[in-house]
Design a protein around this ligand. Structure first.
Ligand SMILES: *Cc1c(COP(=O)(O)O)cnc(C)c1O
Length: 503
């Protein structure tokens, strides 16, 4: 023991723990924080969706490491003045960029409760894990998976997709591959998805050690669904030259335009070919809660694994991704790793095996299940499904407004809740890119962009449960207004060469 340790007094004064000396002061401040955040959500419409960050604000977060204590009230004031006003804006009903969920006040309260418990859901015998198991059971029920299916909360679908690749890998190569690496057999494994699939699938193949070249990106039809015949042909060609097809990833809601692959056909093909069938249902899988959308997802119940996010259409605050695997044993075989300090017992705190740490790379894990449990219990799945249906109806309304407006052009079919369009004018790629930034900076709305068939599109993904007809109208008005400004101003401004679009 060092001298410094020996001479440290053992009897802690109250002031030497991290607990407050005056709980009443903390309570008062805590109540104020809670009131402020409830007001923040309740009055979100009164604020801009997003606003550019002034340099002086950014500079606040370039401070030196704080060795000295600060007053909690002061720290909170910095948050209230410099963090809260400059968030992404996805709580706001005008936010339509990317695919972001709106969250809810209920989810926020549940996060506070979870933080109070400071539960670690890696393992051990405590009810927070039973809450997570409850969600797993509900997901089995929703997707008609067997009782032996396993499930686990993760950060998001990027992680869930990666874990699915790893489970499929261990299933085909056997557990020894975890010890020896993927080896020569692994080098021949090939996976399949569509050109419209999310980029995290390619990244998963890279991280899993196959390399992204081992992922064959199959062409899509007009509606951006995977061409199943082309997939079948590619699998046959690969087998002929000695490759070993092991995984097909179907999309239940592509990120660009919300296309849902023919999941039933993919399931049948995978069964025939003895290939692992994984579904990336990041936002679309929860469409199963909407009677209008559920038929489009037919076949998802035959998947070997499903990845989804509660933090998108499920409106649970970030982050809350989820992976479910039909064969729980396979799932555990891919990740369980015995260690002396993680020994299991049948009684006491070390009971309750298998633990979540047997089903993923994480040991320490937070209580994501609680905000999801609160959301599902408080609102009920009928209501959540109705919100999903309504997002699609609003996308239909936006589509109709675009079709009725000669200055606007629809660029892709509207499958679910995502609408890709643009302001029709000369030099439309450049002008539409500017329009989107103008709208974001105006604080009126926040669409994003994508590229459809080589053309830059304004992309509006309606995910937030607060979004209403007036928000769609405001966004359209802004597109027309900035479009008119940008396309006429362009004639007067010297033409500056825009950098080429990164694809
Ligand atoms: C959002 C999304 C992902 C990535 O999920 P994260 O939760 O952001 O990691 C993957 N696939 C699709 C189709 C998505 O929409």
């Amino acid at each position: 023991m060092t001298r410094l340790l020996r001479e440290t007094p053992l009897r802690a004064e109250a002031s030497e723990t991290l607990d407050p000396q005056n709980w009443d002061e903390l309570r008062a401040l805590g109540h104020r924080m809670l009131d402020d955040m409830i007001d923040y959500i309740a009055s979100v419409r009164d604020r801009p969706v997003w606003q550019p960050i002034p340099d002086r604000v950014r500079a606040r977060f370039r401070e030196q490491l704080p060795r000295e204590a600060s007053d909690l009230g002061e720290v909170y004031r910095t948050f209230a003045d410099f963090v809260a006003p400059y968030a992404t804006g996805n709580v706001h009903p005008g936010f339509m960029g990317w695919v972001h969920g709106g969250g809810s006040a209920v989810g926020m309260l549940a996060e506070m409760l979870a933080a109070g418990l400071n539960a670690n859901l890696g393992g051990r015998d405590h009810v927070p894990i039973e809450v997570e198991r409850q969600i797993v059971q509900w997901m089995r029920e929703m997707f008609a998976f067997p009782d032996t299916a396993s499930g686990i909360f993760v950060t998001g679908t990027s992680m869930a997709n990666l874990m699915a690749v790893l489970v499929a890998r261990t299933a085909v190569l056997g557990k020894l591959a975890r010890q020896h690496g993927i080896g020569n057999d692994g080098a021949l494994l090939t996976a399949y998805t569509s050109k419209a699939a999310h980029g995290c699938i390619s990244k998963a193949m890279d991280i899993a050690g196959f390399g992204s070249d081992a992922l064959r990106c199959i062409g899509v039809d007009q509606a951006h669904r995977i061409d199943v015949r082309a997939l079948r042909d590619q699998i046959a060609r690969d087998r002929e030259i000695g490759f070993k097809p092991f995984l097909v990833v179907g999309s239940a809601g592509t990120v660009d335009i919300g296309a849902i692959d023919a999941l039933g056909e993919l399931a049948a093909l995978c069964a025939e070919e003895n290939i692992w069938f994984h579904v990336d249902g990041a936002f679309g899988a929860l469409g199963i809660l909407s009677p209008a959308l559920a038929p489009l997802l037919a076949g998802i119940e035959r998947a070997d694994s499903i990845a989804l996010d509660f933090h998108k259409w499920g409106q649970v605050p970030y982050d809350a991704g989820f992976l479910m695997v039909r064969d729980g044993e396979r799932h555990r075989e891919a990740f369980a790793a015995p260690a002396a300090y993680l020994r299991r017992e049948t009684r006491g705190l070390a009971a309750g095996s298998p633990w979540p740490c047997d089903m993923g790379p994480d040991l320490s894990r937070g209580f994501r299940a609680l905000k999801t449990w609160f959301t599902l219990k408080t609102y009920g799945t009928d209501k959540l499904g109705a919100i999903i249906t309504r997002s699609c109806a609003l996308a239909g309304y936006l589509e109709a407004r675009i079709l009725a407006e000669p200055r606007l052009e629809l660029l892709a079919p509207v499958n679910l809740n995502i609408v890709c369009f643009r302001y029709a004018c000369e030099d439309a790629d450049k002008v539409n890119g500017q329009i989107v930034v103008d709208i974001q900076e105006s604080g009126i709305a926040a669409p994003s962009t994508t590229v459809i068939d080589g053309r830059l599109a304004i992309r509006a993904a309606i995910v937030n449960h607060r979004t209403d007809v007036c928000d769609i109208d405001a966004m359209i008005a802004a597109v027309l207004e900035f479009g008119a400004q940008r396309s006429s101003r362009r004639d007067r401004l010297p033409d500056i060469e825009a950098p080429p679009l990164a694809l």
